[in-house]
Write a protein that binds this ligand. Structure first.
Ligand SMILES: NC(=O)C1=CN([C@@H]2O[C@H](COP(=O)(O)OP(=O)(O)OC[C@H]3O[C@@H](n4cnc5c(N)ncnc54)[C@H](O)[C@@H]3O)[C@@H](O)[C@H]2O)C=CC1
Ligand SMILES: C[N+](C)(C)CC(=O)CC(=O)[O-]
Length: 493
C-alpha cells in the first residue's frame, strides 16, 4: 500500500471532488481531469468543506495534505497515477468508452476504479485492454466523511487488484463492503432505490410532501439505521423471541399492498411537484450551506458512535488510531526542536463548542490542550509500539487559565514549552492563541511516565528519554512562562 502515492481522478463533479478531497486530506497527491471550466472553483469549495468537517471529526490529527492539480487532459491526470477513480455521469456507453481511454493512458500497474452506483463491472471493463485491473468502488455522498465503499469485481477482475483497492480504502478510513456477486445496483442502492421509488409514489399520489417524507425518516427509522441497519433493529422489534416472532407477526404484512416498488413515471407534473416542494423545503439555503449542515450532523453522529465503539464509530476509532500512529512516526506536524516552543495543535472553533454565553465553553479548552499534549507525546516517540510495550505518560495535574473568549470560526493554535523534566516527570506549559495572536488560555500540566502494566511510575528510557532531553535542552533557553507555578487563590491586600 505504501507504493500508492498518486491518485488520478476522471470526472470531478459531486463524487469525483469528494474522492479528491478524501485522498488529499490523507496525504495523497491527486490530479483531476474534468472538462467543466468551473472545476477548479468547485473542487476548491468541496475541499474547504471537507477540511472543516475532517478537522471537527478528528481534531489535532490532520496529516500533511497531498498536492491537488487540475490536469488539462485525461492522459495527464492518469499518466502518473498508481490508482485511478472514474466518476463520470451514470451513462454506461460513456463510461465504457472513457474507461478504455483511461486504460490506454494509465501505467500498466495502476488499478482503475469506477464509482458507478449500479452499472455492472463486467460490462464496464468490456472495452479495456487490461480489464483485470478494473474494479467498482461505489462510495456514498459525502465521500470525504462516509466510510462505506462497495467493492465489486467484474468477471475479468484479478483478485489481487481487489485486495490492493481494499487496503487503500481502509488506509483512508473507509469500510469496504465486498459485494459477493455482481448485481445491478449492488447492495446499498437496491435498498435506497426501493425507498426512493416508494417516496416518489407518495408525492405523486398526494399522500405526503417531500418534507413530510423526510420527517418520516429523520425522526424515526433514520436515526436507528445509522448504527444498526434493518435486520438487527427488527430482531429487537420482535421482543424476547427476536426475529422469529418478528417474522411471524409482520409476515402477513408482506402480502398487503404496503409497497409498489416499481417507480412512478417521471412525468413533467411529477418533476415539477417534487422540485417545487424540495425548493420550499430548502427555504433558500444554498447547496454548500446545506452540505455544511449535513457534514456537521454527520460529524456529531459519527463522533457519538465513536464513543460507543459501534457501527461507523468503530471504523472511525480505528482510523483515528491509525492517524495517531502515522503522526507518531516522525511527527511530521511538529517543527523539529529548534529555539521556540513547539506548535502542537491547530483547529477552528466549531459551533458545537459554543455555550449559552455565546463563547467557547470551558471543557473544550482542556480538549485543545489534551490534543496538544498528545501531539507532543507523539513527537517524542510515544507511538503504538511504545504503548503496546506497557509504557505511557499520564497527566496528573492541570492548571488552566482563561484569558479571552473563543468564538465560532476562530483559528486556534497551541504552542507548548517544556518547562522542566526529570527521570519520571514532564512539566509542560501550553499557550492557546487566537488567529496566531492573542493568548486565549494557558494550561500548565504535570505528566508522569508510567509502567501501565504495573500501574506505577517508571523512569523514561531509550529514544523517548533522548527526545525529552533534547527538547528540554532546547527549551531551557526560553524564558520561563510568567504564569508557570501560579496558584489559584484570592489575593488579599
Ligand atoms: N451523486 C451521488 O450521490 C453519487 C454518485 N455516484 C456515482 O458517481 C458517478 C459520478 O456521479 P456525480 O459525481 O454525482 O455526477 P456529476 O454530474 O456531479 O459529475 C460528473 C462529472 O463528470 C464530468 N464529465 C463528463 N464527461 C466527462 C469526460 N468525458 N471526462 C471527464 N469528466 C467528464 C462532468 O463535467 C461532471 O463534472 C456516477 O457514476 C454516479 O452514479 C456514486 C455515489 C453517490
Ligand atoms: C442516488 N445514487 C444512486 C447516486 C445514490 C448512491 O449511489 C449512493 C449515495 O450516496 O446515496
Amino acid at each position: 500500500m505504501s507504493d500508492i502515492a498518486n491518485i488520478g481522478i476522471v470526472g470531478c463533479g459531486v463524487i469525483g471532488a469528494g474522492w479528491a478531497a478524501r485522498f488529499v486530506l490523507n496525504g495523497y497527491d491527486v490530479a483531476v481531469f474534468d472538462p467543466d471550466p468551473e472545476v477548479a472553483r468547485k473542487i476548491g469549495e468541496v475541499l474547504a468543506n471537507a477540511r472543516l468537517a475532517q478537522g471537527k471529526l478528528l481534531p489535532g490529527l490532520a496529516l500533511p495534505e497531498g498536492r491537488l492539480t487540475v490536469a488539462p487532459s485525461l492522459a495527464e491526470a492518469v499518466g502518473n497515477a498508481d490508482f485511478v477513480v472514474e466518476n463520470l455521469p451514470e451513462v454506461e456507453a460513456l463510461k465504457i468508452r472513457v474507461l478504455a481511454e483511461i486504460d490506454a493512458a494509465a501505467r500498466p500497474e495502476a488499478v482503475i476504479a469506477s464509482s458507478t452506483s449500479g452499472l455492472l463491472p463486467s460490462r464496464l471493463q468490456s472495452g479495456m485492454a487490461h480489464p483485470e485491473r478494473f474494479i467498482v468502488g461505489h462510495p456514498f455522498n459525502p465521500v470525504y466523511l462516509l466510510p462505506l465503499v462497495e467493492l465489486c469485481p467484474g468477471d475479468k477482475t484479478a483478485p489481487a487488484n481487489l485486495d490492493t483497492a481494499e487496503a487503500l480504502y481502509r488506509r483512508i478510513g473507509m469500510r469496504p463492503l465486498r459485494v459477493r456477486h455482481e448485481i445491478d445496483g449492488f447492495i446499498a442502492d437496491r435498498l435506497l432505490e426501493a425507498l426512493w421509488r416508494e417516496a416518489l409514489w407518495l408525492v405523486n399520489d398526494g399522500v405526503a410532501t417531500t418534507a413530510e417524507i423526510d420527517d418520516a425518516i429523520r425522526f424515526g427509522a433514520g436515526l436507528r439505521w445509522s448504527f444498526m441497519g434493518t435486520f438487527l433493529t427488527y430482531r429487537i422489534a420482535g421482543g424476547e423471541a427476536g426475529m422469529r416472532h418478528f417474522l411471524a407477526q409482520f409476515g402477513p404484512a408482506l402480502k398487503l399492498p404496503w409497497t409498489k416498488l416499481e417507480a412512478p413515471e417521471l412525468t413533467e407534473d411529477l418533476v415539477d411537484t417534487v422540485s417545487a416542494q424540495s425548493d420550499e423545503q430548502a427555504a433558500g439555503v444554498s447547496i454548500r450551506a446545506l452540505e455544511r449542515k449535513r457534514d456537521d450532523c454527520l460529524v456529531a453522529v459519527m463522533s457519538g458512535l465513536m464513543g460507543e465503539d459501534y457501527g461507523a464509530g468503530s471504523v472511525l476509532k480505528e482510523y483515528r488510531q491509525s492517524l495517531f500512529e502515522r503522526a507518531g512516526r516522525g511527527a511530521p506536524r511538529l517543527s523539529e526542536a529548534g529555539s521556540g516552543p513547539l506548535a502542537t495543535y491547530a483547529a477552528q472553533v466549531p459551533a458545537e463548542w459554543i455555550d449559552y454565553n455565546g463563547h467557547m465553553t470551558e471543557h473544550r479548552y482542556l480538549q485543545c490542550f489534551g490534543e496538544a499534549t498528545d501531539a507532543l507525546l507523539r513527537h517524542i516517540g510515544v507511538d503504538a509500539g511504545y504503548l503496546a510495550a506497557g509504557r505511557s505518560f499520564y497527566t496528573v495535574e492541570t492548571h488552566l487559565r482563561h484569558l479571552g473568549q473563543g468564538r465560532v470560526g476562530d483559528s486556534l493554535t497551541v504552542e507548548t514549552q517544556v518547562v522542566d523534566t526529570d527521570a519520571k516527570r514532564l512539566h509542560l506549559f501550553h499557550s492557546l492563541r487566537k488567529d496566531g495572536d492573542a493568548v486565549l488560555a494557558t494550561a500548565e500540566q504535570m505528566l508522569l511516565h508510567v509502567d501501565t502494566r504495573a500501574e506505577r511510575t517508571a523512569a523514561m528510557e531509550g529514544d523517548v528519554l533522548d527526545a525529552v532531553r533534547r527538547l528540554a535542552d532546547a527549551h531551557a533557553a526560553l524564558p520561563r512562562p510568567d504564569a508557570a507555578g501560579r496558584a489559584v487563590g484570592i489575593r488579599k491586600s
